[in-house]
Design a protein around this ligand. Structure first.
Ligand SMILES: [Zn+2]
Length: 318
């Protein structure tokens, strides 16, 4: 199909991880200070605590984790003295949106040695390790909270003049108290691509992979570069393969700490591989048959909840 120029829009086989948020972001509420102050005091309001980039989960030991959001008295200690004032920033917080009409906030409690959550509420864990086991909407909300809080705690000072920044717009803008510059949450685009040539696709074994696993190539988009150009440059840099057509597949938020993965299928124009050894230990063309027998052949593929795996599977089963 590929070779006949039927390139390719593979149907989305399933939603990517961290998508499908149940939240209405209700951005118009961010400027309504009175509504926000009321919501912060409302016992129905839900808080997603983030502690040192970890998310509050329970049920891990049973292999069926779920997100824990706190409300009412259980949530009081999270915001401490800064509760509802919007000014002081001991516990940075931001309004995430409405979940079935209930306001949801993220709050970062990293400054506490012991996170201020009730006994038995759950434990703080790295979302990336368990996202595939969580209900999709919950993974999305926790990723949203973690990404936004990462930005909040890293932008306490102005990148222009070095003075302190204060939160505005319910935690979505950090404004310098001196030069008045507004700083906004950032998302860094990264491209991730499956290069296909005939009946084979190009996968690499990254030097950082702990196991014999082969995955798609990926890299950050640079300033002044289109996504297609970034795909072609990364593949040339990492594997020495020239790429022709580039077709968008799907995207996946990757707020670890602040990226979005933009997935593509790309057409390999050349076959010879020249591996960039600072990035990859190995890169190879794999046939469909080899990928289908990967376990038998002794190598792994990316996690089933990754966009890398979806790019591979959607090509494999097209
Ligand atoms: Zn400034």
């Amino acid at each position: 199909m590929w070779q006949r120029g039927g390139m390719l829009s593979f149907p989305a086989s399933r939603p990517n991880a961290y998508t499908g948020s149940p939240l209405d972001r209700a951005a118009e509420k961010r400027e309504d200070a009175e509504w926000i102050a009321h919501a912060l005091r409302d016992p129905e309001t839900l808080f997603a605590p983030v502690w040192r980039s970890r998310s509050l989960l329970r049920g891990l030991e049973d292999g069926a984790p779920e997100a824990v959001l706190l409300a009412g008295a259980a949530a009081h200690p999270l915001l401490g003295a800064g509760r509802g004032t919007g000014g002081e920033d001991a516990s940075p917080w931001a309004f995430l949106g409405l979940w079935e009409q209930k306001p949801v906030f993220a709050v970062d409690v990293s400054h506490e040695d012991e996170p201020p959550v009730p006994e038995g509420a759950g434990s703080f864990s790295d979302l990336r390790q368990v996202a595939g086991l969580l209900p999709a909407g919950e993974a999305s909300v926790l990723a949203h909270a973690r990404g936004l809080m990462h930005w909040r705690v890293k932008h306490r000072f102005c990148g222009i003049c070095g003075f302190r920044c204060e939160p505005h717009s319910a935690g979505h803008v950090m404004k310098c108290v001196n030069c008045q510059t507004s700083h906004f949450p950032r998302t860094d685009p990264a491209v991730i691509m499956l290069v296909v040539r005939g009946d084979s696709c190009l996968l690499g074994h990254n030097i950082r992979f702990p196991t014999p696993m082969y995955s798609t190539l990926a890299g950050f988009v640079e300033p002044g570069e289109s996504l297609e150009e970034a795909v072609r440059r990364e593949v040339m840099e990492e594997a020495g393969v020239a790429v022709g057509r580039v077709v968008y597949h799907s995207s996946q938020p990757w707020p670890f700490p602040s990226s979005i993965m933009l997935g593509f299928h790309a057409e390999g124009l050349t076959e010879a591989i020249r591996v960039d050894e600072t990035e990859l230990q190995d890169a190879r063309w794999f046939s469909r048959g080899e990928l289908l027998r990967h376990k038998e052949l002794g190598f792994g593929l990316p996690r089933v909840d990754s966009i890398a795996r979806r790019l591979i599977e959607d090509w494999l089963h097209a």
